[in-house]
Design a protein around this ligand. Structure first.
Ligand code: FNR
Length: 380
């Protein structure tokens, strides 16, 4: 309503209202190397494309005469109540994207303004302690890339805990980078140029490992400790590090979801990292129903990969997600419009989702789940 009414007064929206325009404008605004790092994916990017296309394989059957004047998209998860099911997925280079190298802080400010929680990558351009206060009362989640050095992992988790983060998301699918031709052919990997390593350089364990301020030594030590190929035994160790909710990101197989919950995971995050890691897989949306069924309501199911609109958010909820993560679209919104661009995007997704429930006659997520169907035009 607000958008239509301001347009009546001759004021048109400042930022794009659809993903295609957002992507096109951000593509023009971002420097090439950063753009390829953000926009690119693994291999020929088939999985990345399928992630977004998979939403067309499902349709929603509208219900009439329901009188859905009130809709409820609120979510209760990890001990918090959220006004919408949206969250901002962790994006490592976000610090470089907007607000003069303080993109992580911009995310926190948009999070504070909208109440949409964000996950902050280990690869931040400002240390986690400096970012967290900007999110105000909105809970923040720290995303851990588990280093080989256990002491360093413990230090990162304990710092996040001390800084007031509301949960730890452990990303499982990225202990080595994927085969990303765009980055490989441009020799571009921001971390190797010393970017987004502040959580390491501000860490006493890492400082003791490196023993020097020499940028080359910092990068070398970072490379040597960055990724640990975790096993189920490591999960028991990670679980023992904190009482905060532990969320596992990158789960696609229902058996992994079940076993993780049995070992104490508090949240299952179904995602294929936006097709950046493994090419040739199923779209993330195709894996969601089985993962959600395996979770069986025991823990919240988080989902991302391919979400490009409020309607996509609704479909992901319909297929079993409790909360739905936004990735590349918010990176582009930040690049184009800083905090205001982010707030616009989050409000637009929430408004579109709510409006879709209204016109479809769905008062809540249960109604979405009862009325979502595979499309005969798709493959689902
Ligand atoms: C990511 N993603 C990611 N995930 C994570 O756990 N830690 C990280 O540091 C990053 N970094 C990162 C950088 C960039 C540039 C992108 C685009 C993505 C993955 C992210 O959390 C999410 O899973 C995907 O972005 C979802 O896919 P879409 O919606 O972007 O296609």
């Amino acid at each position: 309503n607000e958008i239509y009414l301001t347009a009546l007064g001759g004021v048109l929206p400042e930022f794009p209202m659809d993903y295609a325009t957002l992507e096109r404008k951000a593509t023009a605004a971002l420097p090439d190397t950063l753009l390829h790092y953000i926009a690119g994916g693994a291999g020929d990017e088939l999985t990345q494309r399928r992630n977004a296309e998979a939403f067309a394989d499902w349709g929603l059957l509208p219900r009439m005469l329901v009188g859905a004047t009130e809709r409820d998209l609120t979510v209760s998860a990890f001990g918090h109540n959220f006004a919408s099911p949206l969250f901002l997925a962790p994006v490592g280079v976000i610090g470089l994207v907007g607000e003069q190298g303080h993109g992580d802080i911009a995310i926190a400010k948009a999070s504070a303004e909208t109440g949409v929680p964000a996950m902050y990558s280990t690869l931040m351009e400002d240390p986690l302690e400096e970012v967290r206060p900007h999110a105000g009362d909105t809970p923040s989640f720290f995303q851990l890339y588990t280093p080989k050095n256990r002491e360093l992992a413990e230090s990162l988790v304990h710092r996040a805990e001390a800084a007031g983060y509301a949960g730890i998301t452990v990303t499982l699918d990225t202990w080595v980078p994927g085969w990303r031709p765009r980055d490989l052919s441009s020799g571009n990997f921001p971390q190797l140029r010393g970017h987004v390593l502040k959580n390491y350089t501000s860490d006493p364990v890492f400082q003791a490992m490196v023993g020097s301020d020499d940028p080359k030594m910092i990068v070398l030590h970072w490379v040597s400790t960055f990724g640990h190929s975790l096993t189920w035994d490591d999960l028991t160790w990670l679980r023992s590090l904190t009482d905060l909710p532990l969320i596992l990101k990158g789960i696609s197989h229902p058996d992994d979801a079940r076993r993780a919950i049995d070992l104490g995971a508090d949240g299952i995050y179904c995602s294929n990292h936006g097709g950046r890691q493994a090419n040739g897989g199923l779209s993330a949306l195709e894996t969601l129903p089985e993962v959600a069924a395996a979770c069986d309501g025991r823990v919240p199911v988080l989902f991302d990969s391919g979400v490009r609109s409020g309607a996509d958010v609704v479909k992901a909820l319909g297929l079993g997600a409790t909360m739905v993560g936004i990735g590349r679209p918010y990176v582009y919104a930040l690049a184009l419009g800083g905090v205001r661009g982010l707030v616009h995007l989050l409000r637009a997704y929430a408004a579109e989702a709510d409006l879709l429930l209204a016109v479809n006659g769905y008062p809540d997520v249960a109604a979405v789940r009862a009325n979502i169907r595979p499309s005969i035009h798709g493959n689902a």
